[in-house]
Design a protein around this ligand. Structure first.
Ligand code: SAH
Length: 411
C-alpha cells in the first residue's frame, strides 16, 4: 500500500548515500525541489562533483555512518550494494526517518514517483507492487500527451483569488501547430476571447460548456470589436478572478496588438503572460514551399503590414534582391505596393507569390512577378487571408520542381 504525499522539501535536509549515476540523477531532482542535500559516498560521479562545488553542498567522502542520519527529513540510498542499502533503510526505519531505497526491485519506506508539472497541477505515478520505474514513466508520459491534445480537464473547480490573462499565439490554423503550453492554458481557462483567424473554431468545439467564449473577430457584415473594448473585456473578466485566455492567430506580437493588451493588463494590475505562436509570416510561405531565408538566395526577411504606409525600410527591402519581403494584410492594397515597388526600381521580373489560407485545406498558391502581380491577383480572385511574398525565394521551383507545395510532392 502506498499513500502518495505531496512533500515540500524546500530548505529541508535530505541525505543522499551513494555517489553513482542513480544518486546523481536523484541529487538533481532533490535540488530542483529546493532541498538542502548532504552526500555521503567514498566516490562521487563527475556531474555530482560539479554540483557539489556549484551549489556549495556538503559531501563526506567516506562510507555511511549512523550519525549521518541526524537531522535528515528524508534519506535516499543508492550505494550500488543492495545489502548496504537495505541495512541503511532498516536503520532509517528504526529512527522513523523516511527512506527511498533505489536498489533494483525493492522499496524503502518512501518511493520516488514519475512526476510532471502541468502548469499548477502536479501528477505523480508509482507502482504499488514492486518497483517498475519504466512503466511509471510511460504512464506519466501518456498523461502528459493528453495535455498536448488538450484532453485533460485542468480547470480549477475552486474559485481563484486572483484572475490572470494569457495571450496565446494559436499559429496559422491547424490545432496541431499550437504549442503544448497553449493547449494546457486553454484547458485551464474560464474565459476564451478569440479572433476569427487561427485554430479558434476547433479549439472552441472541445471546451467545457460552461467556459465563456467571446468572439471579437472581424466578420463579413460586422464591425470588429475595437481594441479598447477588447482590453476592457479581458481586464474585467480577470478582475472577477477568472482565468482569461486571449487566443490569437499566429503570434500575439506579430501584428496581433498583443503589446497593447499586455499594457492594458499591467496597468490594471492584472498578471499577464504571453505564449508565442507560429507566425503566418514564416509558416504560410513555408506551407507553399517558400523558405523566407535561403542560403545564397535570401539573407534576411522583412515583415510588413500591407495596410500601413510603405516606408523607406520596406522600399529598401523590396529593392534588395537578397531580402525577402513578407506582406501580411496586403490583399486590398496590393496595387499600391506594386506601384511603389516599380516606381522605386524593383525590376518587373522580381518573383512574387500569393499564399492564401496557408496550412488549411483551402490553401492556394499563385506565383507570378511584380510586373504581372496585379493582373494575376485579379485573374485568380485573390482573397484574404493571404501572405504575399516578394523576392527570389518566391520563384517557382526553388525547392520543389513543378509543384507548388511540399505537401503536393509528398502526396
Ligand atoms: N499575428 C498573426 C498575424 C495577424 S495579421 C501572425 O503572426 O500570423 C493577419 C494577417 O495574417 C492576414 O491578413 C494574413 O496576411 C496573415 N495570415 C494569418 N493566417 C493566415 C493563413 N492561414 N493563411 C494566409 N495568411 C494568413
Amino acid at each position: 500500500m502506498t499513500l502518495m504525499l505531496g512533500v515540500d522539501l524546500d530548505g529541508r535536509d535530505v541525505l543522499l548515500v551513494g555517489g553513482g549515476a542513480v544518486a546523481t540523477r536523484r541529487l538533481k531532482r532533490f535540488l530542483r525541489e529546493g532541498a538542502r542535500v548532504r552526500i555521503v559516498a567514498p566516490e562521487l560521479h563527475e556531474e555530482a562533483r560539479a554540483l557539489v562545488a556549484d551549489e556549495g553542498l556538503t559531501w563526506r567522502a567516506r562510507r555511511f555512518r549512523g550519525s549521518d542520519l541526524s537531522g535528515a527529513w528524508l534519506v535516499h540510498v543508492a550505494t550500488g550494494d543492495p545489502h548496504v542499502d537495505r541495512r541503511i533503510a532498516e536503520r532509517c526505519a528504526r529512527r522513523r526517518i523516511l527512506c527511498v531505497n533505489a536498489s533494483d526491485g525493492v522499496h524503502g519506506t518512501a518511493r520516488l514517483t514519475a512526476q510532471a508539472e502541468l502548469g499548477d497541477v502536479s501528477i505523480a505515478v508509482t507502482s504499488t507492487v514492486g518497483a517498475d520505474p519504466r512503466r511509471s514513466l510511460t504512464v506519466r508520459d501518456a498523461i502528459v500527451d493528453l495535455v498536448s491534445d488538450g484532453r485533460l480537464p485542468l480547470r480549477r473547480r475552486r474559485a481563484h483569488r486572483t484572475g490572470r490573462v494569457d495571450l496565446i499565439g494559436g499559429g496559422p490554423g491547424p490545432v496541431d501547430l499550437m504549442t503544448v503550453r497553449a493547449r494546457r492554458l486553454i484547458a485551464e481557462a474560464d474565459v476564451l476571447v478569440v479572433d476569427r483567424l487561427g485554430p479558434a473554431a476547433e479549439v472552441i468545439a472541445g471546451l467545457d460548456a460552461d467556459v465563456e467564449v467571446i468572439d471579437v473577430g472581424k466578420r463579413p457584415g460586422r464591425h470588429p470589436v475595437p481594441q479598447e473594448e477588447i482590453n476592457r473585456i479581458i481586464v474585467a473578466r480577470a478582475v472577477e478572478g477568472r482565468r482569461v485566455v486571449r487566443l490569437k492567430g499566429g503570434d500575439p506580437f506579430v501584428f496581433g496588438r498583443g503589446g497593447e493588451e499586455v499594457r492594458a493588463c499591467l496597468s490594471a494590475g492584472i498578471a499577464v503572460d504571453v505564449t508565442p505562436g507560429i507566425s503566418s509570416a514564416i509558416a504560410v510561405p513555408q506551407a507553399a514551399g517558400i523558405p523566407v531565408t535561403h542560403r545564397g538566395t535570401a539573407a534576411a526577411f522583412h515583415v510588413v503590414n500591407g495596410q500601413g504606409d510603405i516606408g523607406d525600410g520596406t522600399l529598401a527591402a523590396l529593392r534588395d534582391e537578397t531580402v525577402t519581403t513578407v506582406v501580411l494584410m496586403g490583399v486590398a492594397s496590393l496595387h499600391r505596393l506594386v506601384a511603389a515597388a516599380l516606381a522605386n526600381g524593383v525590376p518587373e521580373d522580381r518573383p512574387i507569390a500569393f499564399v492564401e489560407s496557408g496550412h488549411t485545406p483551402q490553401q492556394r498558391t499563385t506565383r507570378t512577378t511584380v510586373g504581372r502581380a496585379v493582373a494575376d491577383a485579379r485573374a485568380v480572385g485573390l482573397r484574404n487571408p493571404a501572405v504575399i511574398v516578394v523576392g527570389e525565394v518566391a520563384m517557382a521551383g526553388l525547392l520543389v520542381p513543378a509543384h507548388d507545395t511540399i505537401g503536393a510532392i509528398l502526396a
